[in-house]
Design a protein around this ligand. Sequence first.
Ligand SMILES: [Fe+2]
Length: 474
Amino acid sequence: MAAGSAQVSPGGGTSSIAQASVPGPGLTTPGGPAATASSPSGRSECLRQRLRAVRQHSEALIAELEVEDLVLQGMADASPPKWHLGHTAWFFETFLLQPLGESLGLAYAAAEPLWGYLFNSYYDAVGERHPRPQRGLLSRPPIREVLAWRERVGAGLEDLLDRLEQLGPAEAAAALALLELGLQHEQQHQELLLMDLLDGFSRNPLEPAYSTAAAGPEALFEARWREQVASRRASAATGRDGLEGWIEHPGGLVSIGHPGVMAAGETADAVLAPFHFDNEGPRHRVWLEPFAIADTLVTNAAYAAFIAAGGYRRPELWMSEGWAVVQQRGWQVPRYWRGDDAFTLAGRLPREAEAPVRHLSWFEADAYARWAGARLPSEAEWETAAGAGLLRQTHGLLWQWTGSPYRPYPGFEAATGAVGEYNGKFMSSQLVLRGSGFLTPAGHAGLERITYRNFFPPASRWMASGLRLARDRG
Ligand SMILES: [Fe+2]
């Protein structure tokens, strides 16, 4: 995608990537390689297995949908499930199979050129594209043709892996890096597919459920937050933790950002090191004043108190731009609240007081924090506290708004070529979210990767977003 975004990048809103090699939070699939990466054949086999797992996971996500659901586009920022599946195949075709097909002698035959027009998301260097708000009009090509394309692309990529030795070391490393990026990109779209579907289904009076299965996303969300609440209670009962949950930090000079590089000259070994997106680096120093940060996310009960206190009717709590959005759109509650219930991917469910409040815009998160006498953490504060192991609920529940604008780190340079459009060109008018969410696929954001930078415009609230509080220390 770039991940986030409403101009959403890679399609969606987020951008960035995560550690492909570490099974992480999220849904139950793709992820960790079974083969070792210690030899050339092992590296190739490792990527082959992940390629199959990621592709199969995308197709599993739509397995229970009706055919009519596959072209559902609830709003201009969202995309239909079928488009996500086609676009991720297009990415591999455009950036790997077409450039390398001839030199490697691949048997792969590209899709007809108009498909490139249909499934290009935002890559200006590649060519024109179908208007994003009109992706829901694409009843054709039918899903069977898109799935057949994905099968051909998958076979082409495996053929490419078999022939990598025909390339020089630098070219082979570049191809592997692009393959890794394509896998991470597809995982980002897996999350986008589900959040877009939630938006689309939320507009149907029948309140359709995507999945009520025990392994479905909503069951996973509930199991995770209940486990964390129980763990926190247990810690509090033994006196090792306070229910208030404010963690104090002295501030000072800290370093944030991913230490690795994804650049020219990178070796094949480096490519298989834990993945990160270009926007996560370079690692750099930041000065922090003393601060405090909440160890957990804000709950539904706490947010309900903000509403009861007139939170949506008090302009002094809001940024001017946010207050205008509240007025224009008639916001009175979070995106999917319905009375005492909430609309979810499992349909309408009772809203649990202790669950983290979700699907908030940055404007709402910011206003809540102001009402609570606090503020949103900066991304440097978040990363420093998370890196020190001070925070609960960092990964696998909700992306967490920070107060930081999405801008390049010092020394950031976008990659050359069309893939340089992946993240860098979205670094304006968006805010950073950290962590990962319950819709983030397993193996994507990892349980330990703390440098991932997701981003969305401040009025966006269809993604799985929440907030934690921070405050200055005198
Ligand atoms: Fe994309």
